[in-house]
Write a protein that binds this ligand. Sequence first.
Ligand code: GLC
Length: 571
Amino acid sequence: MRSSRWWQSAVFYQIYPRSFADGNGDGIGDFLGLIDKLDYLRDLGVQALWLSPHYPSPNVDVGYDISDYLGVAPEYGTLADFRRFLDGAHGRGIRVLIDLVLNHTSDAHPWFQQSRSSRENPKRDWYVWRDPAPDGGPPNNWRSRFGGPAWTLDETTGQYYYHFFFKEQPDLNWRHPEVKRAMWEVARFWLDLGVDGFRLDAVSTIFEDPSLTPHQSSLPEAEMLTEGRTNRSPEETQAFRQQFELLFRHQTHQPGLHELMKELRALVDEYPGERVLIGECHKIEFYGNGDDELHLVFNFPLMRTRRLTPAWIRANQAERLAAMPPGAWPCNTLGNHDVGRMKTSYGDGVHDDDLARLHAAMLLTLKGTPVLYHGEEIGMTDWLLDRVEDLRDRQAVHMYRLLIREGVPEREAMRRAAEMSRDRCRTPFQWANAANAGFSPAGATTWLPVNPNYAQGVNVADQQNDPRSLLNFYRRLIAARQASPALREGDYTPLLPNDDHCLAFLRASPEQRCLVALNFSAESLTRNVALAPPARLRTVFTSHQRRAADEDPGHLTLAPFEAYIGEIQPS
Ligand code: GLC
């Protein structure tokens, strides 16, 4: 086995800059705040950050609509601040990946401004323009992922432009060589500056079918907009995914994508120090031959469930790991800025605290690079807005209006919009039991309301010095993982294949073998985890205090919701 690469053994941590730390008191997160929190990140024990977009943007899609790829949003700081942040992170042994949005720009980007100015403009073909249908309507029935048609008429030139997301996010035409050239220059700019790689946004949407084949799906719009919902049964999830894929079949996963990813991979490989590509995509194909496309591809299927049960996790791992090409490395996550917070999504309303720990232990012990979303480590939960004017996620505003048009009463429409709104997981980070949760100073109006549960212990300051806090659980768990070659790099072998309550597996590297046993039930249980040859377990980590230093795998007792890791020792 080759020795592991930094991005295989690192714990990644996603930062949503608008919501992380407000250094100048304007209610919006920024680099000043972020720099101030680098010690916190070092103490948490993470080795890499993925920073959501930090570029100038009209913020129709909170930064995912970029109007200048070479700059820093003024509300976040300057390029010099970015450099200070990067140096500060590197100085603490933390690498930094930034978000690269390839599929589209903002409609305020000069490229689009030029493109839309006339049909003869040299940048016209940088975007996807088409004539109206004979009746003057959109060229075909394609839909925008964020609601409404995927085409918007531009009065000036009488043609429609294509946008997979909001109409303020026109799709670039990646079949145009100059687009590629311009975007590769962007990539080089940041690589030259020293970033350690990119999280590639919305990878599968980069190309669309040039013959504009219409879709055949009947998925209602309001249903489509709830893609991130996890409270479907497995059967409903499967049916939903089929319809969803049918709907976007001609707008996603089109030919050319893998060649493009290979080209970008070759570009980052020119740089020293192993720069890394993580794709916002889940298909195994994006690994290429295991070493020539993306380094990491998110295991999103793991997340698509209401309950993370042992059976679900085992089935996910079995399918995923079997499908991966040799050399490819998994990447697991349970939350990000687009979906519900993991504590809310996978809780049962009764044992949420226990489950949050158990799920973290699962994420940090499965084979693969774990990606955490900021706030998980203190148990931040979804916060549902109740006033339409507070919504910042335009997708939710669209949903609300749609429901009102359908005759849904206002309160109900607001509740449903809030439930699907990505604002629910984007509220400001909770640093202290203080005004504005210590994110912004007292008196500031934060860009999204603060979740009031900061006053109930969901904040860093209260958890910092409490050895039993979730924060310290994460710190201990990350430290245990990082100290263990088996957990960082080892292979995965499932045990107890039919157990409904206990998820047990081995992680084995040439240097070490570990047993992981996670009790998903509220009862204590005892299992015989037969190991051959017979062995003892040296306790490496437990979520519970009362454990012996040495355990018998033939008779392993787990407390309710206990996460246990033992190193296998010859007996
Ligand atoms: C990705 C981002 C999401 C954004 C979309 C369009 O899915 O994660 O936040 O809205 O791409 O850029």
